[in-house]
Design a binder for this molecule. Structure first.
Ligand code: B12
Length: 481
């Protein structure tokens, strides 16, 4: 038997959809699979004790979604908690332990090393998990398991990531309690594809999902929406890095939804790049049920957009906002302030531009999480070689270790960059503001201008009272009331 455990307890709760897919594929491969969901457990340790007192699995899989909250200055780090969970499980069962999940995949080898897990799977879990299970029962040819990180004597080996070219997933979505997640998390996830072929200097998606776009058949995606609808779930958040890359697939999905009249039954939100996005796509998305778009805007400064290696320019952002307005789609622009070369002038330019183009809201995130294997890693390494002040921000001591939350804020923004950005935003309530380095987490959590969703009490309360939708959309309604 295979036991899959969800370790993510961050509130508001997000359903472990990866585990839902992995469990479905293990089941399809004839493996007896059970899910233990610590996200929904009141007392996780007790849940584990009770479970393992009556079950003896051959393999235990842990899903690890967030390695940290990616939010400066909170910089909440979850890998030590994962290590503790593994320690607890070791006292309850002798079964080998494998970790997977998006947060895991970014740091695969380092997390296996840090936590002492037996195995890890970098990338997609569906095929790889079943393969590992079979290998453990047979020849133990670990080099044949895609994406596997495994121990051999004193070394940790890793196979090339598991990113199969084509993906076809189970559509029943019945291995996790989606209804509870809908009630406690306000929406449920859905994927139309995997991977991202964009070269943005900061992004971890190519590390965890690969750089090739791997598309799902639109009718399979629509079948899955119908399964979720039959469970009473009618508000969704797409889990694609950028829904409109590639644009023809986004159309195909919308057309399929429209042909099944899903636009009348379901409301969904998505992340999009500002390009390619035109009047036809905006219209099709609205007809297909899209209620809100969160654009990866990054900046309103052309200089910074080029630095981030974005493909859009600031006029594309203005057009995107207009098209959303015309089609009655709520619009959010996510900014990434403080990147290499950012100056007070480029920040001012960005904030003023966003105020002028007028989205429903904008997230003024300050500080870039530096991931290993990204261009940002090289940029900070070069900066550290120079005698001038570096832009690294971190809460831990000792050598720089990118497994731990490590951020970058351009030193040109001075000692108190958050204050500077907040002053520019002034009292414009469309903005979610960067947190002050002096803020305590509890104070922030009561503030509707805070869009760190990590233990966001205000959001959790609103969802408990019936709010549904993307978190930025829920928060902006709270702010406007
Ligand atoms: C959509 C999304 C959101 C939506 C979620 C909507 C929803 N209802 O699902 C929203 C906006 C709410 C959100 C919020 C947050 N997010 Co988010 N999100 C994503 C995104 C784009 C997709 C995640 C996803 O569900 N993918 C689809 C599933 C199917 O893939 P998967 O989980 O990876 O599962 C596969 C494999 O990993 C593997 N697998 C999974 N489990 C297991 C288990 C085993 C045993 C095995 C073997 C394999 C395996 O198999 C699965 C199928 O192939 C990712 C970036 C990305 N492109 O992946 C960021 C991402 C996961 N988020 C991230 C973060 C930081 C957050 C927040 C903490 C932000 C914040 N401070 O508020 C919160 C956390 C919320 C929470 N409670 O957990 C980071 C995590 C990075 C890190 N440092 O760890 C990511 C990677 C983005 C990034 N690059 O910064 N997020």
């Amino acid at each position: 038997m295979l036991t899959l455990i969800n370790t993510n307890r961050m509130a508001p709760l997000i359903g472990p959809i990866g585990l839902d897919y992995v469990a479905a594929s293990a089941d399809k491969a004839g493996i007896d699979v059970q899910v233990v969901d610590l996200g929904l457990a009141d007392r996780p340790e007790k849940t584990l004790e009770d479970y393992f007192s009556v079950h003896e699995p051959e393999l235990v899989g842990l899903s690890f979604r967030n390695a940290d909250d990616c939010f400066w200055p909170s910089a909440d780090w979850f890998v030590p908690g994962l290590k503790d969970t593994i320690k607890t499980i070791r006292t309850l069962t002798n079964a080998p332990i494998v970790i997977g999940g998006v947060g895991f995949s970014i740091f695969a080898k380092s997390i296996v090393e840090y936590t002492g897990a037996d195995f890890g799977i970098l990338g997609d879990g569906e095929t790889a998990m079943a393969e590992l299970y079979q290998q453990l029962k047979a020849a133990r040819k670990f080099q044949d398991v895609p994406g596997l990180v495994w121990r051999e004597k004193k070394t940790i080996n890793s196979n090339p990531p598991s990113w199969p070219n084509s993906i076809s997933l189970g559509t029943s979505r019945n291995f996790i309690d989606n209804q509870s997640y809908f009630k406690l998390g306000g929406q449920c996830g859905l994927e139309t594809k995997r991977g991202c072929n964009r070269p943005c200097i900061y992004c971890a998606d190519p590390l965890s999902k690969g750089t090739m776009l791997r598309l799902r058949n639109p009718s399979e995606v629509a079948d899955e929406v119908e399964s979720l609808l039959s469970q009473g779930i009618d508000v969704l958040h797409l889990c694609d890095s950028e829904f409109n890359v590639p644009q023809n697939h986004a159309y195909a999905i919308c057309e399929e939804f429209i042909s099944r009249s899903l636009g009348d039954k379901v409301r969904w939100y998505a992340y999009l790049s500002p390009t390619p996005f035109d009047a036809d796509l905006a219209k099709a998305m609205a007809q297909a049920g899209c209620a809100g778009i969160d654009f990866t805007g990054d900046s309103g400064s052309e200089l910074m957009l080029r630095t981030y290696r974005q493909q859009h320019n600031r006029e594309d952002l203005a057009t995107a906002v207009k098209l959303c307005r015309l089609n009655n789609i709520a619009v959010m622009i996510d900014l990434l302030l403080g990147g290499p070369g950012e100056t007070p002038r480029t920040v001012r330019e960005t904030i003023e531009f966003i105020k002028q183009i007028g989205p429903d809201c904008a997230g003024a995130a300050l500080g870039i999480r530096v991931y290993p294997g990204t261009a940002m890693e090289q940029i900070i390494a070069e900066e550290l070689r120079k005698p001038k002040k570096s832009g690294i921000r971190r809460k831990y001591r000792g050598p720089i270790n990118l497994l731990k939350p490590t951020f970058y804020i351009s030193p040109a923004l001075g000692e108190r960059p958050a204050e500077f950005v907040r002053d520019l935003i002034a009292d414009d309530r469309r903005f979610f503001e960067p947190a002050l380095e002096t803020d305590s987490k509890t104070v922030e959590s009561d503030d509707a201008a805070n869009y760190n969703y990590n233990e966001n009490l205000l959001l959790t309360k609103a969802i408990g009272e019936g709010a549904r939708g993307a978190y930025w959309d829920i928060l902006r309604h709270i702010r406007s009331n």
